[in-house]
Structure formats: structure tokens, C-alpha cells
Design a protein around this ligand. Structure first.
Ligand SMILES: *[C@@H]1O[C@H](CO)[C@@H](O)[C@H](O)[C@H]1NC(C)=O
Ligand SMILES: *[C@@H]1O[C@H](CO)[C@@H](O)[C@H](O)[C@H]1NC(C)=O
Ligand SMILES: *[C@@H]1O[C@H](CO)[C@@H](O)[C@H](O)[C@H]1NC(C)=O
Ligand SMILES: *[C@@H]1O[C@H](CO)[C@@H](O)[C@H](O)[C@H]1NC(C)=O
Length: 364
């Protein structure tokens, strides 16, 4: 605007003295040039490929707002913490991250705070994030630009460059990490990232059996130091880059089709998803889409199998989207607090465990 007004005034002043048509034309040309430079600058900024962007707010918001997936430089590890309004949980998780081992690697910690439906950022959560000092690397606090919900927080968390070797881990705020979570992630990414059927690594030490006729927990023979399971665990998940890109591309493609729903026969999550759909709450279970995608492509998630179900994370199961006040939270699960070098010695072909908890013969 300012540029336009200036140009016009300048043109007028010159033209007052000399009204030659060539001068008139030159003024016009100069204005056009400036205009195009501005437009070019603006659009090139918007479409820079390093900021691959997806729309996450269009459903509830007519304004076009975008969310960047990728950060400018690769690091060894991106820790992505997602939170909405639980200041104390966030504080506990961030402290456990400071207590973890990072071996001098290049680490970036990001905290993404979601907005409420009415557009507010929870101020005590923001304060905790802002006042925290991360002692192992770069630290960023981001306000989401609109309410993106649990889908936007997860699926929008990260979008690696093709063939990037960055490790990412996505953590909800109600977790505590083991000091050795990154050690384990380095071991498994290094050993298994080339396996196309492994879509990521879950940090939790306990998981239910997901088969529809099953209840209770997975209990895999401890002779297996790790196992593959068809369903991801969301208490700390570190995706395989290739599969995560493919999954998020697929999700952005199919999510606009209201006739498509991600059901998988014979597992509990499909039932929960159906129940939430009926209550209009399907915006709480992003993981159903990941489960469906993994099922269609015969992909597995790797879990550790430490003594006594010690986890690389534990979940405090606080009231929120996933748990209600009535859930039993009196006894937290055990956290892995010692590292032994034998943990690094994993089999080339880890055992596959099905949704009923039965071991299947691994492919050789
Ligand atoms: C916005 O939403 C938050 C969380 O639901 C609530 O605490 C707050 O009072 C709301 N603010 C307004 C102005 O409606
Ligand atoms: C994020 O939200 C908080 C709380 O509303 C606000 O104080 C802060 O300035 C915001 N930061 C940015 C970068 O928008
Ligand atoms: C990503 O890289 C692989 C090989 O490194 C290539 O085959 C593939 O086409 C690339 N994909 C995209 C979307 O660029
Ligand atoms: C675990 O596997 C080992 C080796 O195959 C076997 O000897 C042992 O009996 C198994 N333990 C249980 C509890 O099934």
C-alpha cells in the first residue's frame, strides 16, 4: 500500500514538470516491476518446500491457517511434546526429559500447545513451557494458531524430509520418560529403519491385547527382547520416517471423504471408534487411522520387552481425552531406570505377536 502511494506521488511530481508519454510509461513500468517483486517474494515464501504445510484448521475455521510440519534443519532427535491444558503434567514430563541421557547429540525439543475451541491458550500451561530450561539442546515453545485437536497435534507433529535420518518422538504431556528412552530409540532405529514393515517404535512397557475376545495385557516371553505388534502404542511413539510420511499423506487424502471410516475387523479400537462416532466424539481417536493404515499395509510397531514390563515411558493416566477420573491411577507402572549393554543386542528377526497375544513365526 505504502509503496503504491509513494510511486503514485512520485509519478505525479515528475509528470507535473514534464508530461512526456515516455516518462508516463516509465513510471507505470516501474510501478509494475515493484508490484511483481512484492508478489513474487510473498508467494515464494509461502510455498517454500522446506515448510511442507497442511491445513488442519479448515474444518472448524473458515480462515486459512497453516501448520508447518518440518523445521529448517535436521537434528539427531526431535522431541515433540503435545499439550493442551495440563500445566503440572507438562512440568513433570519436561523435567524427566532433562533427566534423560542424550550422549551429546544434537537435540531439539518442541512443545506444541493447542488452542481451545474458542481460540485461547491455557496460560498456566504456557507459563510452564516458557519458564522451562532445556539443558540438552534447542528448545522451542509453539502456540498452535488455531484449535487443531488431538488429530492435528499428532498427525501435524512432524513431517520429515524424504530420506532424512532424523529421529522424532511424539509425547503426550501425561508421560514420564525413562532416562534411557533415547538410547533405545537409537538402537532400534539404527537396526530396523530399513524394514519396510516396521512403522515405528512404541516406548510403553505395557499394552492391552487388542483382540475383540481378549482382555488383559500382553505378556510376551522374556526370551524376546523386543517384539512386533500390529497396533501402535501411543505412550510415546517414534515413527519410521518413510511410513510416517506415507501415512500422513494418505490421511490428508482420505479424511475429506465422509463415507470412509477406518474400521478393522475384530479389534477393540474399532468398537471404541464406533462408539465415539455415535457420540460425535470421533475427533478423539486419531490412532484408529494409523491402526487401519498399518493393517492395510501389514505393518507392525516395535515394543520393548523388559523385565516386569518396565517402560521407556510411563503414563500417569490423568483425566483428559483418554481417561476419566474413575480410572485406577493409584499404582504407576515401572520405568526403566538402568541400562545394560545386552539390551542393544536385538535379534535380526524379532518375533511377531498377534492381537490375541500369540507369537507368530517370524519371516526369515
Ligand atoms: C474458552 O475456552 C476455555 C477452555 O474451554 C475456557 O476456559 C474459557 O473460559 C473460554 N473463554 C471464553 C471467552 O469463552
Ligand atoms: C502464546 O500464548 C500465550 C498465552 O496466551 C501468550 O502470552 C504468548 O505471547 C503467545 N506466544 C506467541 C508466540 O504467540
Ligand atoms: C524419496 O526418496 C526415494 C529414494 O531415496 C525415492 O525413491 C522417492 O521417489 C522419493 N520420494 C519423494 C516423494 O520425493
Ligand atoms: C519362553 O521361551 C523359552 C525358549 O523358547 C522356553 O524355554 C520357556 O519355557 C518359555 N517360557 C514360557 C513362560 O513360556
Amino acid at each position: 500500500m505504502i509503496v503504491r502511494a509513494l510511486t503514485r506521488r512520485l509519478c505525479k511530481q515528475i509528470l507535473k514538470r514534464k508530461s512526456y508519454p515516455t516518462l508516463k510509461f516509465m513510471c507505470f513500468a516501474a510501478f509494475l516491476l515493484i508490484f511483481f517483486v512484492i508478489v513474487l517474494f510473498r508467494t515464494s515464501d509461502m510455498f517454500k518446500p522446506k515448510h511442507r504445510m497442511f491445513l488442519f484448521c479448515s474444518i472448524s475455521d473458515n480462515e486459512e491457517r497453516y501448520r508447518a510440519f518440518t523445521f529448517e534443519h535436521d537434528v539427531d532427535l526431535s522431541v515433540i511434546v503435545i499439550v493442551y491444558n495440563r500445566a503440572e503434567s507438562l512440568q513433570r514430563l519436561l523435567e524427566s526429559l532433562n533427566n534423560a541421557q542424550f550422549y551429546g547429540d544434537n537435540i531439539a525439543l518442541h512443545v506444541w500447545i493447542d488452542r481451545s475451541q474458542n481460540g485461547t491458550i491455557d496460560s498456566s500451561t504456557y507459563k510452564v513451557a516458557r519458564d522451562f530450561t532445556f539443558t540438552h539442546g534447542q528448545y522451542y515453545v509453539h502456540n498452535q494458531t488455531c484449535h487443531v485437536g488431538i488429530y492435528g497435534q499428532w498427525i501435524g507433529a512432524w513431517y520429515p524430509r524424504n530420506s532424512s535420518s532424523e529421529i522424532a518422538v511424539i509425547l503426550e504431556d501425561d508421560l514420564t520418560v525413562s532416562p534411557y528412552f533415547y538410547k533405545w530409540l537409537k538402537v532400534v532405529h539404527n537396526k530396523f529403519d530399513n524394514r519396510p514393515d516396521i512403522n515405528g517404535y512404541s516406548l510403553q512397557g505395557v499394552s492391552i491385547k487388542h483382540g475383540i475376545d481378549q482382555d488383559g495385557f500382553l505378556d510376551v516371553n522374556k526370551t524376546h527382547k523386543a517384539f512386533l505388534y500390529p497396533i501402535l502404542g501411543t505412550w510415546g511413539f517414534s515413527p519410521n520416517n518413510r511410513n510416517w510420511r506415507a501415512f500422513s499423506d494418505w490421511y490428508m487424502m482420505v479424511r475429506g471423504d465422509p463415507s470412509f471410516q477406518p474400521y478393522v475387523e475384530g479389534i477393540h479400537p474399532s468398537v471404541w471408534y464406533q462408539e465415539q462416532l455415535e457420540k460425535g466424539q470421533q475427533d478423539r481417536m486419531w490412532s484408529m487411522w494409523f491402526i487401519y493404515y498399518a493393517w492395510m499395509h501389514k505393518e507392525y510397531t516395535m515394543y520393548s520387552n523388559f523385565k516386569d514390563h518396565q517402560g521407556l515411558t510411563i503414563n500417569w493416566k490423568e483425566p483428559g481425552l483418554h481417561y476419566s477420573k474413575s480410572d485406577d491411577v493409584t499404582k504407576p507402572d515401572p520405568l526403566l531406570l538402568d541400562w545394560k549393554s545386552e539390551y542393544e543386542d536385538l535379534p535380526d528377526n524379532p518375533v511377531i505377536v498377534d492381537v490375541n497375544g500369540n507369537e507368530m513365526i517370524p519371516k526369515s
